[in-house]
Design a protein around this ligand. Structure first.
Ligand code: GLY
Length: 388
């Protein structure tokens, strides 16, 4: 085995959550390393990048809403800081979102969402079908009504990942381009990992931030293994025409016959259409059925999109947790922390996750806003306490 290399913090996983954790930890003065065969990859390569705290609100997710809103509020400063640091444009666009309904069932669903917004003190405005089409003339004549949410924006997750990788490098984070094979635990404490190349990477604290793979690292005691599972999302990319009047000027989304579909128009001319939600293990095949359903539903909303070039089809894996919320902070094993389980909200929760993880890595305490997201909420026992 190669000689041990030691850091204060070793982050397992170089997706956006791992990278923001590493960047913020390095900024806080910790000697930080990331282990990932392809840092800057992961689910962010596929994600559409909606910052949709309000339009993606679900019943029973009030606690998560608080964290989502806290992160959304941080986005302007976070994006400006990252761009300042790296010189990279993140495609952060404060364009708002329009959620629309095509039939009576969709309309009832949207009315429910509006009522939930009102009960939660959130800003959204009910529009008639005609008002929706005035805002977005490419919408189908059959649109029966909609909710205008001017506070739900977007960012380009590929640019975000690339900028975070640069920021890490500029802040002195060591990048180990290797796969972590096994957690090293000695004396009831996590000490680092061994890579598939046989190198041991030692650290004072290990952060498991490997997205949907976070529950699969060998050597993690079963009691503290994060309960995350992969939730597959297929996503399409089209190119909008280059003309003075925009094809779409904001994110448009709907629930069509029970399936969520969204169209995210970027300033670059890319139109992202997502996403399926499939529980199929680690399968990332793009299927004819997935592409068909997305195009069928998107076409019902915006018939003119059949003229656009289809440039890319991809599938990624959301790290789903039992309550759809992330797992942040210390586990029951000393030296092992989690930053995973962000499910549908990884891009939105990037700023607040970086801040929370830097705080807990430097002080041992999570900030108040992140306390409800401790991995210990799933009842994992504290191993050290067990042994006394
Ligand atoms: N937040 C969008 C998705 O998970 O599809």
């Amino acid at each position: 085995m190669s000689p041990t290399r030691t850091a204060d913090v070793l982050v397992v996983g170089g997706g956006i959550i791992g990278l923001v954790t590493a960047w913020r930890a390095a900024q806080a003065g910790l000697a930080t390393a990331v282990v990932d065969p392809e840092p800057g990859g992961g689910a962010a390569r596929v994600a559409a990048g909606m910052l949709a705290a309000v339009t993606e609100l679900h019943h029973g997710e009030q606690t998560l809403l608080g964290l989502n809103l806290a992160s959304a509020r941080r986005y302007p400063g976070f994006a400006a800081e990252l761009t300042d640091r790296t010189g990279q444009d993140l495609g952060y666009r404060r364009c708002g979102t329009l959620a629309v309904a095509l039939d009576a069932d969709d309309r009832a669903h949207l009315r429910e969402l509006h009522a939930l917004h009102q009960r939660s003190g959130l800003d959204s405005q009910w529009l008639t079908g005609r008002e929706c089409r005035r805002l977005e003339p490419m919408l189908a004549p059959g649109v029966r009504g909609g909710l205008r949410v001017d506070g739900d924006h977007q960012i380009d997750p590929r640019r975000l990942a690339s900028a975070l990788l640069s920021a890490c490098e500029l802040s002195g984070v060591t990048l180990h381009r290797a796969r972590a094979e096994r957690l090293v635990v000695t004396g009831d404490r996590a000490r680092g990992v061994v890579t598939t190349a046989g190198e041991e990477l030692a650290a004072g604290q290990v952060v498991l931030a490997a997205g949907s793979w976070s529950g699969r690292l060998a050597g993690v005691p079963a009691e503290v293994l994060p309960p995350v599972r992969p939730v597959k999302g297929q996503v399409l990319r089209l190119t909008m025409p280059d003309r003075p009047e925009p094809f779409l000027s904001r994110t448009v989304r709907a629930v069509v016959r029970g399936s969520h579909v969204y169209l995210v128009p970027r300033e670059s001319g890319e139109l992202v259409i997502g996403a399926t939600s499939e529980e199929l293990g680690w399968d990332t095949t793009v299927t004819a059925g997935g592409v068909y359903e997305l195009l069928r539903d998107a076409h019902e909303l915006v018939p003119g999109l059949t003229e656009l070039p289809l440039t890319e089809t991809t599938a990624g894996l959301r790290p789903g947790s039992p309550d759809n919320a992330p797992l942040l902070g210390p586990t029951g094993l000393d030296g092992l922390l989690l930053a995973t389980g962000h499910h549908r909200n990884g891009v939105l929760l990037t700023p607040v996750t970086g801040d929370a993880m830097a705080r807990v890595l430097t002080t041992g305490e999570l900030p108040d806003e992140a306390l409800p997201f401790t991995p210990r909420r799933f009842g994992a026992p504290v191993l050290a306490e067990q042994s006394v």
